[in-house]
Design a protein around this ligand. Structure first.
Ligand SMILES: [Zn+2]
Length: 460
């Protein structure tokens, strides 16, 4: 059987008119015969006109009559005309591609001779039977999640038994995994929603403070930028960190850089807006440099803990993260704690108390996996301490921004008198230095981690 392609436009239009004639005459038929003749003729007429209407018009009739000629097409191509028509019939790819792929087996001469398909002409929305090898196959379902024993030791979380995403999947898999159920889904969404809330807080702050005109607003800007920064890196780390060990290291090291920046931004805002006169007089010269150094130490502790987590138990990482961070927090909260201890009772004081309470609570859930230890395996999706840590830390950050915004508006006389010099500029400069040092720490630890991974790969 050899089917010649019908190239001539004239022939096409001639056949189109024949089918229009059939349509007219078929009105004299009755019942199913009329419906079939009418459907076929209209379908092919519109196809010859190369309009998508052909598909939409024929679709309901496909459902009703199931187009018996469709499945048997390859066996019944007895005439050139019918072969050309049916081969150029267009169907919608997405909904019917599987059925067509299963049923249509066009002979090789037909495939070879036919012209480029309508798929190319319509931008891929339609699939032509002319090139059945180009029919898009249904993509395989994404791989399921794994148990803790099926992933490398490095990725396992304490008391989380299942829900681990497999490594070395395409990036698309990890991006789309935000909408699937696994043991990082809630971590991703808690900080994604927090990011939106913080953007709202940043918008509110932008209405009240203008850092371009008022340098007293710079510490507030540092606090908000660093809060947005750490939240965004946290989302990236939880979303993509399962791709490979190298990616996991890189993203979590950047997450720790963000956390260190947030610690310094908090210290700058606390000191600038909340410090009482006595506190600023005693510690004014050293507060910001010490806060910058402690945030760098915190970054180093977090990165080193993560790095050593490869070979040591998880509690080592916690110690590396918690001890320097606790030191940094104890220093950074000093101006606020001193003010509250001195009897401060304005509107911002309530927010300060709230963010301190939220921070202490989130530190507990960060250091101790209370719920998953009590019910191991039952908190794989929801209820992990880290999820609570995210929520409480986000609440802490929101309260902190609101407190600083209130202080910025309500304590202007105090901080304008205390920080007459260039302490706002100093806070920004130290932020830049801290960022640079933290990035260098992260790069150094990433290199060590890569060397470790290379050495492990070679030893296998
Ligand atoms: Zn996290």
């Amino acid at each position: 059987m050899d089917v010649e392609p019908m190239q001539s436009r004239g022939i096409k239009y001639s056949v189109m008119f024949v089918f229009i004639y059939i349509q007219i005459k078929s009105r004299q038929l009755h019942g199913a015969a009329f419906a079939v003749a009418w459907t076929l003729s209209f379908t092919f007429t519109f196809k010859l006109c190369k309009t998508r209407t052909s598909f939409y018009f024929a679709k309901p009739f496909h459902r009703v009559f199931r187009f018996p000629f469709v499945g048997q097409l390859d066996a019944r191509l007895t005439s050139d005309t019918f072969g050309s028509f049916s081969s150029s019939f267009v169907i919608r790819a997405r909904k019917t591609r599987k059925r067509v792929a299963d049923t249509v087996h066009l002979p090789l001469p037909v495939q070879r001779n036919w012209t480029p398909s309508a798929m190319e002409q319509t931008g891929g929305l339609f699939v032509s039977w002319r090139q059945p090898e180009r029919i898009p196959r249904p993509s395989p379902p994404p791989p399921g999640t794994l148990r803790d024993t099926e992933v490398p030791y490095f990725f396992r979380e304490r008391y989380v038994r299942a829900g681990y995403r497999p490594l070395h999947q395409p990036w698309r898999y990890y991006f789309l995994s935000a909408f699937r159920r696994h043991n990082e889904t809630v971590n991703i969404w808690t900080h994604s929603l927090a990011l939106l809330v913080l953007l709202g807080e940043a918008g509110r702050a932008a209405q009240r403070a203008d850092p371009r005109r008022d340098r007293h607003a710079w510490p507030l800007l540092l606090l908000i930028l660093s809060a947005l920064n750490y939240t965004a890196w946290s989302v990236a780390a939880h979303l993509l960190g399962s791709e490979s060990e190298a990616t996991h290291y890189a993203l979590f090291f950047l997450d720790y850089v963000g956390v260190a920046q947030y610690q310094y931004g908090s210290a700058a805002a606390h000191y600038y807006y909340a410090a009482e006169e006595g506190y600023a007089r005693h510690l004014g010269g050293v507060f910001l440099p010490v806060a910058a150094a402690l945030s760098c130490l915190s970054c180093l502790g977090c990165c080193y803990g993560k790095y050593r987590n490869h070979s040591l138990p998880p509690w080592v990482r916690k110690v590396g993260q918690v001890v320097p961070s606790a030191l940094a927090y104890a220093w950074d909260i000093g101006p606020v704690a001193h003010g509250l201890a001195s009897g401060r009772a304005d509107a911002a004081a309530a927010y300060h108390l709230a963010h301190m309470a939220f921070f202490l609570a989130c530190a507990v859930f960060f250091a101790f996996p209370v719920l998953e230890r009590r019910w191991p395996g039952d908190c794989d999706f929801l209820g992990q301490g880290h999820q609570l840590f995210h929520v409480l830390l986000s609440c802490c950050t929101v309260c902190q921004i609101r407190a600083s915004l209130l202080d910025y508006g309500g304590r202007r006389q105090v901080y304008a008198r205390l920080h007459r010099g260039d302490e706002a500029a100093l806070s920004v400069a130290l932020y830049g230095v801290t960022l640079l040092v933290c990035l260098l720490i992260a790069a150094f630890m990433l290199k060590k981690a890569r060397d470790l991974l290379d050495a492990q790969a070679k030893s296998k």
